[in-house]
Design a protein around this ligand. Structure first.
Ligand code: ADP
Length: 629
């Protein structure tokens, strides 16, 4: 029984191949976590790092409250079950199960008790005298499970344990392992490339691709709200249908136009979280709809296709089709034109029929054509809002307010701009006032739909705000993107400052002992690093660490100005930016690095000395994209 924490875990193999990137997850005690993804995506590497069979390049791994990065596998209190069973062929089942316990010098009576208990749970009592080769694949896998079980580990790790079994046995064993997890009340981490195993067994699933985590969620959330096209296509069989499309808003309807000329209308309310820049009838999007979420009619409503194949499975029928109304040349893959529909209790279609697909309106998925990220987030990432600029004024959202100087400076002579406002940048205040059309509780937040003409402005409101309220608010202008004519003119200001520098050590004698101190050196400023981080950097980059350049990131809020007598980094103020809600000074170091620090509205100093603590610094490699500590 244990919780696990993986924090910014990376694996770079000796040949330079980066197999796992920035993997972070908190796993609660007794969870059943599944890592799923196509072959080579880094699932086994991650599992092997947890087991201690592979070194961790960077990041922290905790089992319970203990940092186990450098702990031997045998001391981690985990048990691993492999695809290949890894049983000793010359030993009986009993001996195989007892082997690890005997190695630990456990008394024979207790070994027997544990083996018998596990054998009963797994229903292999009758086979204890047999050798592995006298058993079937399923029975051998049970022995492998039994060998893990007898150790009574804190965490079970299972690496594709069922992939050597036939389909029927796999289904049975799936249920057995799930039942085993329930009765043991232990944390399970299970690796598979099979999305059906992942969906049926996991309490949460980590979907991976090419070394990157794509989404971590419950099975139903992955199915209903995939973060991107990859997850959408990977989860669910037959696979989700994808079509190139454009979206055009027409009052309370949005027309989804397909590349073959067909179109369907959906109510605006069903897609109101899609940013309005996607609803212009031009921006390319990918439309996704699952085969089980399509109705078929013969009367000309919807997306026209010709049936090219029919698979009857008894309770359901899978229809394969091709957009348009003629069969044309046969090709195995007709991407962009192919459609698959899953019908239940309906069996009146035949190859050659021309019919119309009508997607269920609350089951639609849309993705950005380029980034492939969903366009419907539970909390929209930003709101696009048009604004008019006067000499010192900003007119937007039905109100006129003072134009923040920092934005005014950047947009000289432009009178029409567009603001991308994240919901988090809308805060209680007096600059604007809109009516709350609707409140939605989502992701633990109170999402307010503010009525801005025929559009919604999404804001995160306090819990006491409700439908029908007149909501007064202001904007955190430093968190807003300003665009004009499609070009970004002012970028939002992030929470972190990044500075490049070197890494050094000093040896000192303290109370007769040799003590090492590590430093982040930025120009002439040396910040003492936390000792454990110094050792981390040293162990990752070896002696190269004293010649490499690193990127040091620190929260802007943690940077303070200090007096000339104190240690610090000297910077020259080159510009002041007044965002109304907050002011920044743009500063330059002696070695030419420029960044923003928060400053007082009335400050006039042209030279500053700044400082921050080593404990607030995150260190990144500048050679590969990797957080070191
Ligand atoms: P999965 O379990 O998802 O199939 P792995 O974790 O086994 O993927 O591998 C992830 C990537 O790392 C793959 O591209 C694989 O070729 C590579 N890889 C695995 N082991 C090594 C190794 N010892 N040296 C170099 N590359 C490796």
């Amino acid at each position: 029984m244990a919780n696990l924490k993986l924090s910014h875990i990376y694996k770079v193999y000796d040949n330079g191949h980066k197999a796992v990137n920035d993997f972070s997850i908190d796993i609660a005690d007794r969870e059943f976590i599944v890592f799923v993804g196509p072959s080579g995506c880094g699932k086994s590497t991650t599992l092997r790092m947890i087991a201690g069979l592979e070194t961790i390049t960077a990041g922290d791994l905790f089992i319970g409250d203990t940092l186990v990065n450098d702990m031997e596998p045998k001391d981690r209190d985990i048990a691993m079950v492999f695809q290949s069973y890894a049983l000793y062929p010359h030993m009986s089942v009993y001996e195989n199960m007892a082997f690890g316990l005997r190695n630990r010098k456990m008394p024979e009576a207790e070994i027997k008790e544990r083996v018998m208990k596990a054998a009963k749970m797994l229903d292999i009592v009758d086979y204890l005298d047999r050798k592995p080769k006298q058993m079937s694949g399923g029975q051998r896998q049970r022995v492998a499970l039994g060998r893990a079980l007898v150790r009574d580990p804190k965490v079970f790790l299972l690496d594709e344990p069922l992939s050597n079994l036939d389909a029927k046995l796999r289904a049975t064993m799936r249920a057995e392992i799930t039942a085993l997890h329930k009765s043991l009340n232990t944390t399970f981490i299970y690796v598979t490339h099979d999305q059906v195993e992942a969906m049926t067994m996991g309490t949460r699933i980590v979907v991976m691709k090419l070394g990157y985590v794509q989404q971590i969620d419950t099975p139903m959330n992955l199915y209903n709200s995939p973060y991107n096209k990859f997850v959408a296509g990977f989860i669910g069989t037959p696979q989700m249908n994808f079509f190139d499309a454009t979206l055009k808003r027409n009052n309370d309807k949005v027309t989804v136009a397909f590349s073959n000329g067909d179109s369907i209308d959906v109510p605006y309310e069903a897609v109101s979280k899609i940013d309005k820049n996607y609803l212009d009838g031009e921006k390319p999007v990918t439309f996704g709809i699952r085969p089980e979420h399509i109705d078929i009619n013969k009367d000309g409503e919807g997306l026209k296709f010709i049936v090219t194949g029919v698979e009857r499975l008894g309770n359901e029928t899978i229809i394969y089709g091709k957009l348009g109304d003629h069969l044309g040349e046969f090709t195995m893959k007709d991407e962009g034109n192919a459609i698959v529909v899953k019908l239940v209790d309906r069996d009146d279609l035949a190859v050659g029929d021309v019919v119309y697909a009508q997607p269920k309106q609350n089951k639609l998925h849309f993705f950005d054509a380029e980034t492939e990220i969903t366009l419907i987030h539970k909390i929209p990432l930003y709101n696009t809002v048009a604004a008019q600029i006067g000499a010192d004024t900003l007119v937007a959202l039905g109100s006129q307010t003072a134009l923040p100087e920092a934005i005014g400076k950047a947009i000289s002579k432009k009178d029409k701009i567009e603001l991308a406002i994240p919901p988090q940048a809308i805060v209680k205040g007096n600059d604007f006032r809109l009516r709350v059309a609707r409140i939605e509780k989502t992701d633990g937040k109170n999402l307010a739909y503010l009525q801005d003409g025929e559009n919604y402005l999404f804001a995160i409101a306090d819990d006491d705000v409700s439908e029908g309220d007149d909501y007064g608010f202001s904007l955190l202008y430093d968190k807003i993107t300003v665009k004009a004519g499609g070009e970004t003119i002012v970028e939002p200001i992030g929470d972190e400052v990044s500075l490049e520098g070197r890494f050094s050590k000093k040896e000192a004698r303290e109370n007769g002992e040799r003590v090492l101190h590590f430093y982040y050196d930025i120009g002439k400023y040396s910040i003492e690093a936390e000792k454990e981080n110094g050792y981390k950097i040293n162990s990752i980059d070896k002696d190269h660490c004293y010649v490499y350049t690193y990127r040091y990131a620190v929260d802007r809020d943690k940077i303070r100005t200090v007096s000339a007598g104190e240690d610090g980094l000297d910077v020259t103020v080159i510009e002041r930016l007044d965002y109304k809600n907050v002011c920044f000074a743009k500063v330059r170091t002696e070695d030419g690095q420029e960044f923003l620090i928060k400053t007082d509205k009335n400050s006039t100093d042209s030279i500053l000395r700044i400082a921050f603590d080593g404990a607030d610094v995150s260190v990144y490699s500048t050679r590969i994209d990797m957080k070191l500590c």
